[in-house]
Design a protein around this ligand. Structure first.
Ligand code: MN
Length: 385
């Protein structure tokens, strides 16, 4: 009995004293340019975060925004400054396993900046998982999903190119649903382009669209029913994030699900949307919500309100994708798959063994922490100088 109690006390006393927090910007090339409504990118940038502890454990995380500050206001360069100047000094000498406490302290010192905070929280979870030799999903409730189906997202390109890319994926047996970015051109032409794609492919696959806030309510009311009639199966964030009333009216207008992304950053947002109700599905992202724990709170609110959850992407590398996989593996509320295709869009990654995909499904890593290991040579090669 005594031996048992000592063992338990030792486990409870796992401590990791933070010795250093380092940040490095890396720029990774893409397989093809990716066209959002606002910008086109041919590389994706990351702030690689490393938290080293006195016990010799290194936790790794990444900050990433989708192709620049247009989406959420934070930029890679700004994130590095906020971490180096304010958040890293806060963590030095603290116990890395007290993730909730440290994350709360970040909010006390720095308002907003969820993308920056998410990278540090991710690294804390990685360090903790490595120290206790468990994948992060074991710290978050245990394994629920072994793998998660991945929707492939296409840029806002011409119908011919989009159809070609989708047919290539279908022929290769990869991915069973596809998301088209919209909003980069005049609505009438944009809708005609998507209807062309839907006409060719509706029988073979599931198509969804993401407007990234590009339309106002009148435009959305005019054109979304045409997309629905043409076979589009889901509409993501047609109007600006703040316009909850418009989202509510559009969700009532359409039979197909309306997904909220830019409208749902925080658990508070989730509660407002659920009460409205302004969405059928929430797009979850560790980045915009400031970490894994906040996303878990949002998922709980969604589940309690009967709203589905989808694992969204900010075009993470294998590091952020592994963090998402670890979290979503433990969430029964993930009912609408994910779009964590970042590593598949990257021509180069900075890990020795990336996350794995099989039959269009992201495989949950089972190694300790995030379950991925840095390739130091690649980090040196792609770091910004
Ligand atoms: Mn989106």
């Amino acid at each position: 009995m005594l031996a048992d109690r000592e063992h338990k006390e030792n486990v409870a006393l796992t401590r990791l004293t933070i010795d250093s927090v380092d940040t490095t910007i890396v720029d990774l090339p893409l397989h093809r340019p990716h066209r959002f409504s606002a910008v086109t990118i041919d590389q994706q940038s990351y702030v690689l975060v490393r938290i080293r502890t006195r016990e010799g454990i290194e936790g790794v995380g990444e900050a990433v925004v989708p192709g620049g500050p247009w989406w959420g206001g934070e930029s890679i360069e700004g994130i590095k400054v906020v971490i180096d100047t304010y958040l890293a000094p806060l963590l030095l000498g603290q116990d890395a396993t007290r993730v909730g406490r440290l994350r709360k302290a970040m909010d006390t010192l720095v308002a907003r900046n969820p993308f920056a905070k998410a990278s540090l929280e991710m690294a804390l979870f990685d360090a903790w998982g490595k120290a206790v030799d468990l994948p992060i999903y074991e710290l978050l409730g245990g394994l629920y999903h072994e793998s998660i189906p991945v929707t492939w997202a296409l840029g806002a390109d011409e119908a011919k190119d989009v159809v070609e890319e989708i047919e290539g994926k279908l022929d290769a047996g990869q991915h069973s649903s596809f998301k088209l970015k919209m909003g980069a051109q005049d609505p009438a032409r944009d809708v005609a382009r998507v209807l062309d794609v839907a006409h060719v492919l509706a029988e073979r696959t599931s198509l969804r669209v993401d407007l990234n806030c590009a339309w106002d309510e009148l435009t959305a009311t005019r054109w979304l029913p045409a997309l629905e009639a043409g076979g589009v199966e889901l509409v993501e964030q047609p109007v600006p994030g703040w316009n909850i009333e418009a989202m509510t009216r559009l969700a009532a207008l359409l039979q197909i699900p309306v997904m909220a992304d830019e409208s749902v950053w925080s658990p508070h947002d989730a509660l407002v949307l659920a009460r409205a109700p302004a969405a059928d599905i929430f797009a979850l992202k560790i980045t915009k919500s400031g970490g894994l724990a906040a996303v878990r709170r949002i998922a709980s609110i969604a589940g309690a309100a009967g709203i589905g959850c989808h694992g969204g992407t900010t075009i993470e590398s294998s590091i952020g994708t592994a963090a998402s996989a670890q979290l979503y593996a433990a969430l029964p509320e993930i009912t609408a798959g994910c779009e964590l295709f970042g590593p598949l869009l990257l021509a180069e990654d900075i890990v020795a063994e990336g996350v794995q995909y099989r039959d269009g499904h992201l495989q949950v890593p089972h190694r300790p922490g995030l379950g991925v290991t840095l390739d130091e040579g690649k980090v040196r090669h792609y770091m910004r100088r």
